[in-house]
Design a protein around this ligand. Sequence first.
Ligand code: 0A1
Ligand code: ZN
Length: 864
Amino acid sequence: MLDVQTATAHPAVTRREDYRPPDWQVPEIALDLDLDPASTRVNATLNVVRTSAHDRPLVLDGAGQTPLSVKVDGVAINDWRIEEDALVIPLSGSAHVIETEVEIAPDRNTQLMGLYASGGNLCTQCEAEGFRRITFFPDRPDVLTRYKVRMAADKARFPVLLANGDPVGAGDLGDGRHWAEWHDPYPKPCYLFAMVAGDLVANRATFITRSGRQVALGIWVRPADLPKTAHAIEALKTSMKWDEDVYGREYDLDVFNIVAVDDFNFGAMENKGLNIFNSRYILADAETATDYDFDAIAAVVAHEYFHNWSGNRVTCRDWFQLSLKEGFTVFRDQSFSADQGSAAVKRIEDVRGLRAAQFPEDSGPLAHAIRPDAYLEISNFYTATIYNKGAEVIRMMATMLGPKQFRAATDLYFDRFDGTAATCEDFVACMEEGGGIDLTQFRLWYSQAGTPRVSASLTHEPGSGRAVLKLAQRMPPTPGQPDKKPMVLPLKLKLFGAETAQPIGSEQLILLSDAEEQISFETVTERPVLSINRGFSAPVIVETDRSAADLAFLSAHDDDPFARYEAMQQLMLDTLVEGAKHGQADHAAVIAAVANTLQDPHLDSAFIAEAVLLPSDSFIGDQMALVDPEAIFRAREALRRDLGRALEAQWRAAYDGARAAKFEYSPSAKGQRRLKTVALGYIAASGAVDAASLAFGQFEAADNMTDRQGALTTLVSGNAPERIAALDIFYNRYSDNALVLDKWFSTQALSARDDTLAMVTELARHRDFTLANPNRARALVGAFSVNQRAFNQASGEGYRFVADQLIALDKLNPQTAAKLIPPLGRWRRFDEARAAMMRAELERIVATPGLSKDMFEQASRSLA
Ligand code: 0A1
Ligand code: ZN
């Protein structure tokens, strides 16, 4: 047999325009897995059907395996061949039964794609292209198949055997082994296949759907983790009910299982009826999880559950349509979370996340449209753009349609495309039809990359009572897209009277669609102040000529909480950028606005905590053509110190007022804890002599991880002796809990101290550090690389450290390594010396022998 070499040096590009429907469909598969960590035998029986009058062979994707046997219609054949990892089988008829057998080794699978071992259990991850690592199959989402899965395994090591769908049988094999069989009645693409074999126990519950179907819920974990599953179970039930109420979507199987595993490349996976989760998005109790973790767990549980309709019942035609399921599902989980607590705070958090991850991506070398045109490695496209900008695009359509029409449009979409593999275009067409609007120009959001910039300038003629708003939009060039067309930008806006602080008219939704537009307002009798992009109605950057006084005014009087937050952020940013550029800035306006917010009796703690928090170093950097990390750090520290000093009494009052009695997970208790730690940070920034002892007191007395980690974070950026003590206590208390130990690593990697790199280098040699676990790798290397000042220190040693780690990680787990490349790709934003050092590291990565396709794509695009 000919050995065809795979072209790893110049991996093949996959293009959206090359899409062709599959030559063969596979209506049914029977999988028989004889499980063993060192050697698993997989027998697959595929019913294949020719889809048109072509004479092409059957091509089944693989990943380096050689079949032990191939049969066609029950007869062994040997005229099969392997071409670029795929199994090619010549076939004469229009329908055949194909049987293959392969042997795989889950315990040597460090990439965590396909069938792998985690914590002694066996589990799978197939999205996007992992199924081909389990068996030969047309590994593309438009091949929909009904699955029958039989598993056999050692009964003592793997007492629990789970797969998609419903259990149909189980029994003993006599030799210490047992078997179980599961059938999934819903045809699905192979990326939604899953199975788990392990020593697990379940937290069980029941959900009765609105039509009366009784669903057995199970969250499967290691026995010791069972007490940490209550929150996830509640979140699951709440999500199931919410999707019925808000989208009319009901669950469709008798069983819904979730399994938590410690080694996982992403957050979680929506496999039909058998979600598999990174344990960090399942396990929580007050002692070990922060409020942020609790919220993230509910959001991810909801996200994966919602995929049952947006992703599974209606799936994607090809991977260029990824945002069809991800953007929509993120929008759905964001709406769900907003409904569980403060919608305003949720919107603030989501926008902060968008600005931290997606805006930099969209303005850098890896910028891509939410429906990209080409990729080398699809796993590199599970990005903030596809997910979070994708969600913003859905949100804009929901805003333009209004709630009733949007629901009509999503009903139409689910109805029309149920059981099929659809496209983004199909979705937009349903929005148009169900909503009765024309989205021709709006479709540019799917094809143009980059964040639009909107400039807004309001003038007022007191004599005539006329105010004129001049709006202009500009789309920056992005790689491969030098010239762009104007987009449709739904902007919510409102005017407020500067003297009376009363609204002038009601909120309007403007659809800015030309490069420049003017809007006039009549009978404006007092000077108007502009509130624009309220609720962050469009994911754009707004540039206005509003003064510090007007921003402070809005931060006090705007009636949209998001807009209030936004005005304060802009005021802080203007001040910080000024400080970074000139070494000093006038802090008075920020101090007054923060003081005002702190004492406003109408605001809740959660909102106040968000509003008074300074923008991050990186977000300040994003506002500057050239990032000076030291100057930004100094400017931010100076403002923190002045705010801390000027408002010390208020911070102490807020701190004392927020000392809740006992842990409780409720929106108000969460808000109190958040404000408490923010206040503690300002007290420490003021240089108060008792700050470290206050923090240490909080650290020791805490009955929950939010307070404990909050105090630790404060201490870890300072010089007090309590820092080492707290780190040691924390380590000893939690050294057997991987998820909490991740916090110990990341808190140190995010420290504002001068010696952070030295500490991090030391931590990389710590006995608890390993690159083999993605959470741990991200906790140290990922966290360090977003610590703007430490990562970008002038010596270039931060870059070298990260590049060394990524080169090592790539050998184990290319997907996780490639995800950590972007900070090195920001070189264009830095001075020549830093840029040269960052480029040198990227070049070193690209030149590494045996580099993965994942890393090659990310690093080489980052250099271009
Ligand atoms: N579809 C999942 C994300 C996901 C993608 C790839 C994975 O492979 C390692 C895992 C998960 C989601 O949106 O949650
Ligand atoms: Zn998803």
